[in-house]
Design a protein around this ligand. Structure first.
Ligand code: ASP
Length: 580
């Protein structure tokens, strides 16, 4: 092909040049004896004008045909300031149809009203839309910045296996049956966690990988079954050094991709403070509306809902907004539903008007309680007050969910701001009521904080870990921790997680063995690449920054995966399907 220029390239300075362009027909219009064609490629769109002499050559041309156009660049009479090439057009002298196309099921343009399901079914056409192409280019730019930064900082990129053994990141595994070993399964890695730690044992000191991870979870807009992490591990660095290194990485990404200089170091919040102030361990700090504590105000309250909710480990928390004084009963009920969905047993909603407290719960409060509450909350006329009493974490989370809801619906933040922060000092364990056992808040390889080691046996819930999450605008971008590098400590943590000796040996024997051979102190983290790309492209869904994503139903509507397989394949894998 004789292409001389792309469709995003020609400007007034090119007027008079003879050019040959290639591209897809984005639009075709007939205007008297002239035919106008918008020719599109990955670089942009150029307007082509075909005169009388070409009428026959372009007679059959339709949308999405591929053309080769040779012609001369001319200045446009009616310039289009919205198009980068809007000052010029190409007066065609020769038009060749390179390939024809069927009528696409939707118009290929930035604006589309096609259903997402249709777009995913014809993803290759969807991806032809400039808006999606731009997002994938931005994603590639992010990855490039990461490679450059890590390369400049002496990191080595190492690939780790996809067919592996189960890693405990807290999700369900994807299993792959082995043909050669009947009844045995590989697990697709939920992350390369153990491999990267073994690379530290092996002495690589600074590892990274753009790693594909697999977690069998219910999908949401910000979750996919297979997703990509920038996975990092280092030896001999302190937690502060790891955080600083990561800040440098994100600073470069923001500069290279968005042209924004972000401030470092990021603000750091202890987990307990983030929960108390924002009701979340991934708070959106672009707006205030902090949670406030009313535990002491209502500690001896006669109000049943408060007393019952409080219990020995409880708290009474509140948020106040001055934007919702006209909220109807129905709207208040919606807030209650949201609080309940997020762990609250109930929500007390009160209005403060004409210097009096209104709301069905108000009559249960003593005058002193009301006075103290008004003082603590700094309530003004017109304020709406929401209170939850319950187990501390649940009470905080429920109000945190309301806070995010208000943030979004009342537009309390500037969408142009990127507010990065760290959350540190997470609890090491989380008690699971149903299973009657502890689970790791991060993962079982996370090191407990030295000053809390004494509580490991006596009060595990009090133990904090050396884990950290990096958060941006209410999203967890990633997280990591310092790791246990003493095999006895690792064994003990597994035991605290109620694994039997046999389970420990069977699942992690190789790993504990490795820790015996001179393991350096090490730590690292992983950043969710899809999530970073989603935020930096201003997308609503991860699906917009993944070339071929699954739909919300965990299916690929294009290829129909997951799909049935031949009986013969199943036989080879020693698998029988049992009907429900
Ligand atoms: N493997 C962890 C995760 O996927 C990250 C880390 O601890 O480095 O969340």
């Amino acid at each position: 092909m004789n292409r001389t220029h792309t469709n995003g390239e020609l400007r007034l300075t090119d007027v008079g040049k003879k050019v040959t362009l290639l591209g897809w027909v984005a639009k075709r219009r007939n205007l008297g004896s002239l035919v106008f064609i918008d020719l599109r490629d990955r670089y942009g769109i150029t307007q082509i004008v075909c005169g009388d002499e070409l009428t026959e050559a372009v007679r059959t041309v339709r949308s999405e045909y591929i053309l080769e156009v040779t012609g001369t660049v001319v200045e446009r009479q009616d310039k289009n300031p919205k198009m980068e090439t809007g000052d010029i057009e190409v007066k065609a002298e020769k038009v060749t149809i390179v390939n024809t196309a069927e009528l696409p099921p939707f118009i290929i343009a930035d604006e589309t009203d096609a259903l997402e399901e249709t777009r995913l079914k014809y993803r290759y056409l969807d991806l032809r839309r400039p808006v999606l192409q731009k997002k994938l280019f931005t994603r590639a730019k992010i990855v490039k910045a990461m490679h450059e930064y890590l390369d400049a900082n002496d990191f080595i990129e190492v690939e780790t296996p996809v067919l592996a053994k189960s890693t405990p990141e807290g999700a369900r595994d994807y299993l792959v049956p082995s043909r050669v070993h009947p009844g045995c399964f590989y697990a697709l890695p939920q992350s390369p966690q153990q491999f990267k730690q073994l690379l530290m044992v092996a002495g690589f000191e600074r590892y990274y990988q753009v790693a594909r991870c697999f977690r069998d979870e219910d999908l949401r807009a910000d979750r996919q079954l297979d997703f990509t992490q920038l996975d990092i591990e280092t030896s001999f660095l302190s937690q502060d050094e790891i955080l600083t290194l990561t800040e440098g990485l994100l600073k470069k990404v923001m500069k290279d991709v968005k042209g924004i200089d972000i401030e470092t170091p990021f603000r750091r919040f202890k987990y307990v403070d983030a929960m108390n102030m924002y009701g979340s361990d991934k708070p959106d700090t672009r707006f205030e509306m902090k949670l406030q504590d009313l535990t002491e105000v209502f500690r001896n309250s006669e109000f049943k809902a408060f007393a019952e909710g409080l219990g020995p480990k409880g708290a009474i928390k509140a948020i106040v907004t001055d934007h919702c004084e006209n909220y109807s009963r129905k709207e208040q009920d919606k807030l209650t539903d949201l609080a309940k969905k997020n762990g609250a047993k109930g929500l007390v909603v009160l209005k403060y008007e004409n210097d009096t407290l209104e709301g069905s719960a108000a009559k249960f409060f003593s005058a002193e309680e009301i006075e103290n509450m008004v003082k603590v909350l700094g309530v003004k006329n017109g304020d709406l007050i929401m209170i939850v009493s319950g187990e501390w974490r649940k009470a905080c989370s429920a109000l945190g969910a309301l806070r995010s809801h208000f943030g979004k619906t009342l537009h309390l933040y500037d969408p142009e701001i990127f507010d990065f922060l760290w959350i540190t000092e997470f609890p090491m364990f989380e008690w699971n009521e149903e299973d009657g056992r502890y689970y790791s808040e991060h993962h079982p390889f996370t090191r407990p904080m030295d000053e809390d080691l004494t509580y490991l046996d006596s009060d595990p819930e009090r133990v904090r870990s050396c884990a950290y999450d990096v958060v941006l605008n209410g999203y967890e971008l990633g997280g990591g921790s310092l790791r246990i590098y003493d095999c006895n400590m690792q064994q003990k943590i597994f035991e605290l997680l109620s694994l039997t000796d046999e389970q420990i040996k069977d699942r992690f024997g190789f790993f504990i063995d490795a820790l015996k051979y001179g393991t350096p102190p090490h730590g690292g983290l992983a950043l969710g690449l899809d999530r970073v790309a989603m935020i930096l492209t201003g997308s609503e869904s991860l699906r917009d920054v993944i070339a071929f994503p699954k739909n919300a139903n965990a299916k690929d509507p294009m290829s129909d995966a997951p799909d049935k397989v031949d009986d013969k394949q199943l036989e080879e894998l020693h698998i029988k399907i049992v009907a429900d």
